[in-house]
Every structure is written in C-alpha cells, then in structure tokens.
Design a protein around this ligand. Structure first.
Ligand code: HEC
Length: 137
C-alpha cells in the first residue's frame, strides 16, 4: 500500500517538477564527484556508482519533460529558456554530449580514468545551462 501511494504521488509530479528533480539528482552527483576530482576526498567507485544510479532513476523520464506546454510563464516556475524550443537541435546535442560524458564517467573503473573523464561531464552541464537555462535569482 505504501508503495502504491508513492508511485501515485510520483505520477502527479508534472514534467517541470520532474526535470527539476532530475537536475537536483545531477547536482547531488556533482557533490559526490567534485571533491574526488579535486583530491579532497579519496576516489570511491561505489559512491560514484550510487550517485549515478540515483541520477539515472531520477532522470529516466527525460524524453517526456520538454513539451511546448512546459515553457516559462505557466503555473509552475521554470528556469528553462525558450531556446530549448527555438533551437531544438542544439538542445538535443547538449543532451547527447551529457549522455556521452556520463557513460564515460560510469565506465571509469579507477581514479586516473575517472579524472580523465570527469571534466567533459562538468562541461556538459555548463554547456547546456549557458544556452538553455535562466540563472536563478
Ligand atoms: C541538455 C541540457 C542540460 C544538461 C546536460 C544539464 N542540465 Fe541542469 N538544467 C537544465 C535546464 C533546462 C534546467 C532548468 C529546468 C527548469 O527549471 O525547468 C536545469 C536546472 C538545473 C538545476 C536546478 C534545479 C532546481 O530547480 O533546483 C541544477 C542543480 C542542475 N540543472 C544541475 C545540473 C548538473 C550538475 C548537470 C550535469 C551533471 C546538468 N544540470 C546537466 C538543462 C540541463
């Protein structure tokens, strides 16, 4: 019963809230990875895998979250820029760059390959945000 309730609550989460929850999981994943990248924390493959699994679970519905009806100006506050819809190819390319970098980090089995793969992942977040997200505040 508790499970049924949880999935009903998730089903009620609209596309804007869902993509923001996905992005929050992305942010948490960065919180795990950046200190390892900087050498402030030891490389921990299990922690990376866990954060990436959370991110994958939170972002699984991605393809369904970017309809024209989810632009800014509706009932739910969003920081999505109109360029997502005026430059669909660019937005898709930014998503692909992220996906590719994500795969490379996931495949990194040791610290050296993690440190080699991570910068492209960080750059892919930034690359998309610069073009397609309004800064908060
Ligand atoms: C293909 C584009 C794209 C990629 C790649 C991307 N983002 Fe985002 N991100 C967005 C958009 C668009 C928003 C605004 C969503 C909204 O408000 O509806 C956003 C919002 C966010 C937010 C704010 C969420 C909130 O509302 O609290 C965080 C944090 C975030 N992104 C982190 C990341 C991180 C970290 C990465 C990389 C690991 C990343 N994003 C990759 C497009 C992207």
């Amino acid at each position: 019963m508790a499970l049924g309730f949880a999935s009903a609550a998730m089903a009620e989460m609209g596309p804007i809230e869902s993509r923001q929850a996905c992005m929050k999981a992305n942010g948490k994943m960065m919180g795990v990875m950046v200190p390892m990248m900087k050498g402030e924390k030891p490389f921990d493959k299990a922690a990376i895998d866990a954060a990436m699994a959370d991110e994958a679970a939170a972002c699984g519905g991605w393809a369904g979250w970017w309809g024209e009806d989810t632009k800014a100006g509706g009932a739910v506050e969003t920081y999505a820029k109109d360029e997502i819809w005026t430059d669909k190819a660019g937005f898709e390319a930014a998503g692909m760059a992220y996906g590719k970098a994500n795969e490379a980090v996931k495949a990194a089995a040791d610290e050296a390959s993690f440190k080699a793969a991570f910068p492209a992942l960080g750059a892919s977040c930034q690359g998309c945000h610069e073009k397609f997200r309004r800064p908060k505040g």
